[in-house]
Design a protein around this ligand. Structure first.
Ligand SMILES: Nc1ncnc2c1ncn2[C@@H]1O[C@H](COP(=O)(O)OP(=O)(O)OP(=O)(O)O)[C@@H](O)[C@H]1O
Ligand SMILES: [Mg+2]
Length: 244
């Protein structure tokens, strides 16, 4: 990709107020092609709100959230460009995993055979015909990830995708995102857990109290904190608390 092409993900001064309170405040960062970026921050920092704006699910009060230089709703084929995991708990309780994926496939104009392939990939083939209400959190998360991968998008935006996954699931997620990025894909994933980001991401965007407190490669973040991302996290978030 030439440097003239717009980046896969760009937040340009995003701001969001809820009832007069600024919850996302001038958030700006870029995720380049082939990178896995971790959006890390404490509970309530503004990660989900930022992700919702990137996915066109919430309108920013100011700023722009861009995918390849366009707002989500202006993408020619959003379902095939961006795969998303938002709230893994939000699968329709009466639908089976397979039905959920078939509906997503129809929406993205993807063949049913792809449904079987992603079910297999996330290890849910045996449980595919059980209703979502019977699924554990990790099983719902796997179905949500399968839905995100279904249309072979160029960009993945995942809100807390590691939440609920067992060690096998985490291992799979790490490998899968690595393969995805090595093939040129771009990932933004959020987590409030340092270990998730340390294990998976190339870049880290640390958000605290609605603001980007630090954004760098994981390597630089580690180098600036003696190899301990937790120290980096605590130092940067405490500094943000003092400033607020
Ligand atoms: N619909 C809403 N109405 C009012 N306030 C909201 C709404 N959505 C989010 N907020 C507020 O915005 C802030 C950021 O919330 P957000 O869900 O983005 O945080 P988060 O970083 O995803 O946290 P967590 O790690 O707990 O998921 C919080 O103070 C939250 O209370
Ligand atoms: Mg959240």
């Amino acid at each position: 990709m030439s440097t003239l092409e717009p980046p896969p993900i760009e937040a340009r001064g995003l701001r969001k107020n809820f009832r007069g309170r600024t919850c996302v405040d001038d958030v700006r960062f870029t995720v380049g092609p082939g990178r896995v970026a971790g959006l890390l921050g404490p509970n309530g920092a503004g990660k989900t709100t930022t992700i919702r704006m990137i996915l066109g699910l919430a309108a920013p009060d100011s700023g722009d959230a861009l995918i390849f230089g366009r707002r989500y709703h202006d993408l020619a084929d959003p379902a095939r460009t961006v795969g998303a995991v938002l709230d893994a708990g939000s699968l329709h309780p009466a639908r089976t995993g397979r039905t959920h994926l078939r509906i997503a496939a129809a929406r993205a104009r993807v063949a049913d055979s792809e449904v079987e392939s992603v079910l297999d990939e996330v290890g849910m083939t045996d449980d595919a015909d059980r209703r979502a209400r019977e699924y554990s959190l990790g099983m719902r998360q796997r179905i949500a990830l399968a839905a995100a991968l279904l249309a072979k998008p160029a960009v993945l935006v995942l809100d807390e995708p590691a939440n609920g996954l067992d060690p096998g699931g985490m291992h799979w997620l790490r490998q899968r995102l690595r393969t995805f990025a090595e093939a040129g894909g771009t990932v933004l994933l959020s987590s409030h857990l340092i270990a998730d980001v340390q294990d998976i991401a190339d870049d880290v965007v640390l958000i605290a109290r609605g603001r980007v407190a630090a954004a760098s490669s994981l390597q630089d973040a580690l180098a600036s904190s003696g190899g301990n991302l937790e120290d980096f996290y605590l130092h940067v978030t405490e500094r943000a608390e003092v400033r607020a």
